[in-house]
Each structure stands twice: as C-alpha cells, then as structure tokens.
Ligand binder design. Structure first.
Ligand code: SF4
Length: 189
C-alpha cells in the first residue's frame, strides 16, 4: 500500500500550495468559502494564514460548474465520517476535477498513489466502488452519467469497449506543483 502523504497536514499543505500557485483567488481555486478556508488554514496551516490577506472580505467560492454539486454529493456519500475535513475535501476535489490534467496533478499531489491514499482515508467507499481502478475523473463522470441515465459509453461494458485504454491507462506524469515551482524559481531547482 502506498505510504501516502504524512497525514492530513501534508495533504492540505499540498492542496493549498497548488491552488495558490494559480491565478484565481484561493477560495475559487479550492471551491471553499472564506470561512471554511480560514478554518482549514487555522487547523492545518497556521503559518499560511497570510493567504487570507489577499482575499476580499466577501470572497466567495465562485459559481459551481454544472456537475459540481453532484460530484460533491457523490464524494460525501462515501465519506469516512472523520469530520469537517471531508466537506472541505469534497469541495476541493470537485473543483479541481474541472481542471484539465490528471486529478492528482491538479490537486498538487506527488503521484496517483497519494490520491488513492486520500480517498482510502476520507472516502473509503469510493475506492470500493472504483474496484477496477478506472481513472478517477472517468470514474466520477461515468458515475454521474449513469445516475442521470445518460449513455456516455460506446459499449455495453468496459471489457468489450474499444475505449478501455482511455479509461484505464495508468495516470502517470510529472507533479504539476514541482513544475510550477521550477517555472517560478528556475535556479532553486
Ligand atoms: S471503457 Fe468504455 S464502457 Fe468502460 S467506462 Fe470507458 S468508455 Fe465506458
């Protein structure tokens, strides 16, 4: 089993660092309201409370994409029941799922194993449901489409589907946070 990040502090450190590396306000990048973000920072990253200074007093989480509420609900159905962290994580994962890269990359994680660790710890039923280890974004969208009765797949099941490689190929690549840091501080790397 992947050792994963060194607990929730490191996990939230990575998620916040990745979101803060972009151009959107941090609340929008994380899909969290200002109050929730402040509670998260106070609990896990007190040394980064200064990030709140960059936000306006009424900074909101931005408008939901069409699928975000369903995606959050889908995640929370699978929650471990460890606390408010799961609500933050459901919001963050749903918002970062809208980005174009592998989900683990857009969350700022080091590799896919860390994402699986996150899901095992906070949304264990999700890992059970994705027992064939489909790519996470594919799994989310397939789940949502199935619920709505929308036929997105070209085949009746994955075994006979010509697109299987798109849905099940390894989610490999470079961590985006490392690349973003390298781009900003080329001599530091
Ligand atoms: S492999 Fe084919 S049938 Fe399975 S989820 Fe992907 S597109 Fe759908």
């Amino acid at each position: 089993m992947h050792p994963g990040p060194l607990g929730d502090s490191v996990l939230f450190q990575r998620l916040v660092a990745m979101a803060a590396a972009g151009r959107e306000p941090l609340t929008v990048a994380l899909g969290l309201g200002r109050d929730a973000l402040e509670r998260l920072l106070r609990r896990y990253l007190p040394d980064r409370l200064g990030l709140l200074v960059t936000l306006s007093a009424d900074a909101g989480r931005g408008a939901d994409a069409l699928e975000e509420p369903d995606l959050r609900a889908c995640l929370l159905e699978c929650r471990a029941g460890r606390g408010e962290e799961e609500e933050w994580l459901a919001a963050i994962v749903a918002r970062r799922s809208l980005k174009p890269n592998h989900l683990w990359q857009d969350l700022g994680l080091a590799d896919r194993g860390e994402l699986t660790w996150l899901f095992r710890r906070h949304f264990p039923e999700l890992v059970v449901r994705n027992r064939f280890d489909m790519k996470w974004k594919k799994f989310f969208y397939r789940t949502l489409c199935e619920r709505e009765g929308v036929p997105i797949c070209k085949a009746p099941n994955c075994e006979v589907c010509g697109d299987a490689v798109l849905c099940f190929a390894p989610e490999t690549g470079e961590p985006l946070l490392a690349l973003a840091t390298l781009a900003r501080h080329p001599r530091a790397a």
